[in-house]
Design a protein around this ligand. Structure first.
Ligand code: PAF
Length: 289
């Protein structure tokens, strides 16, 4: 496995692979890797001739400076894990390497980027599109892998790629976005790099989020969308130390809220919860149909 810090070197490596007719998988990450990331990388290793994993804490997607500072950085351990699961290249650039000048591009794909996380974290998805589009243009991968824990992020990235396809970008036409299922701890907590920031007492209550979501799926069989939403919110808020920021039940493709279970073919519940005194912001989601 090779560690690459410069864009020029990264482009040279992938262009050599392409000249040899090798397929390339890309797994974009912000590091602090866990078994969820490992599942994306293992899938890419299986499905492509070569796998590039980017490890870059992207400053433009953080709308809160403290959150950016607190974000865990564990490059050495990340590289050890990536090597053990067969990644070929780790792209770990500096901020200056990725943004030699400020990125002033704006991306807008409503409603995917304006609802839920988009409403509560203004500018977040613009930053995600800035970095992910750059990575796509550096690597021009055949496949790119994203975890479904960030359900909304996948919808925004798919909208961005469709927009580049409409603009005739060759790299976008070839690219396949591959969503991968959430990996959970045994007690149901969705794996997240932010989990390492949880104090013991916070870690102990966090699994109640998924517990409530799962219970809400059962509840939804005999209740309306609105009743189900309220049920999940009340179950979680009843746990001392947890506070729901939002819970929305949406069309899984457009991310628009649904009023009835018949409003869409696929329906997803997407939640953000504040956990503990700090507090740590945890996201999760569940499928209803
Ligand atoms: O999901 C993440 O970790 C980040 O948003 C991503 C896609 C790596 C872009 O920085």
């Amino acid at each position: 496995m090779e560690i690459i810090n410069s864009v020029k070197e990264l482009k040279a490596k992938v262009s050599a692979l392409r000249s040899d007719n090798k397929t390339v998988g890309l797994v974009p990450t912000m590091g602090a890797l866990h078994a969820g990331h490992a599942s994306l990388v293992s899938r890419s290793v299986k499905e492509n001739d070569a796998t590039v994993v980017s490890v870059f804490v992207n400053p433009t997607q953080f709308n809160d400076k403290k959150d950016l500072q607190a974000y865990p950085r564990t490059l050495e351990a990340d590289c050890a894990l990536l090597e053990s699961i067969g990644a070929d290249y780790v792209f770990a650039p500096s901020v200056e390497e990725v943004y030699p000048e400020p990125d002033t591009r704006t991306f807008s794909y409503p409603p995917t980027d304006t609802v839920m996380e988009g409403a509560f974290r203004p500018g977040h998805f613009n930053g995600v599109c800035q970095i992910v589009s750059k990575l796509f243009m550096f690597v021009e991968p055949d496949r790119a892998y994203f975890g479904e824990k960030d359900f909304q992020q996948i919808a925004v990235i798919k909208a961005m790629v469709a927009d580049y396809v409409a603009q005739d970008a060759e790299w976008a036409k070839r690219l396949d976005i591959c969503p991968c299922p959430i990996v959970r701890e045994e007690d149901g907590l969705a794996l997240s790099s932010r989990n390492t920031l949880l104090a013991d007492n916070e870690r102990a209550i966090a699994p109640n989020i998924y517990k409530a979501l799962k219970a809400s799926v059962e509840y939804s069989k005999t209740h309306t969308v609105e009743e189900t939403k309220q049920f999940a919110i009340e179950e979680i808020n009843a746990v001392e130390g947890l506070e729901v920021q939002y819970y929305d039940i949406v069309n899984a493709l457009t991310l628009e809220s649904v009023a009835s279970w018949d409003d869409a073919e696929h329906i997803q519940g997407c939640i953000t919860v504040f956990c503990g005194a700090t507090p740590i912001r945890l996201i999760d989601n569940i499928n209803y149909k």
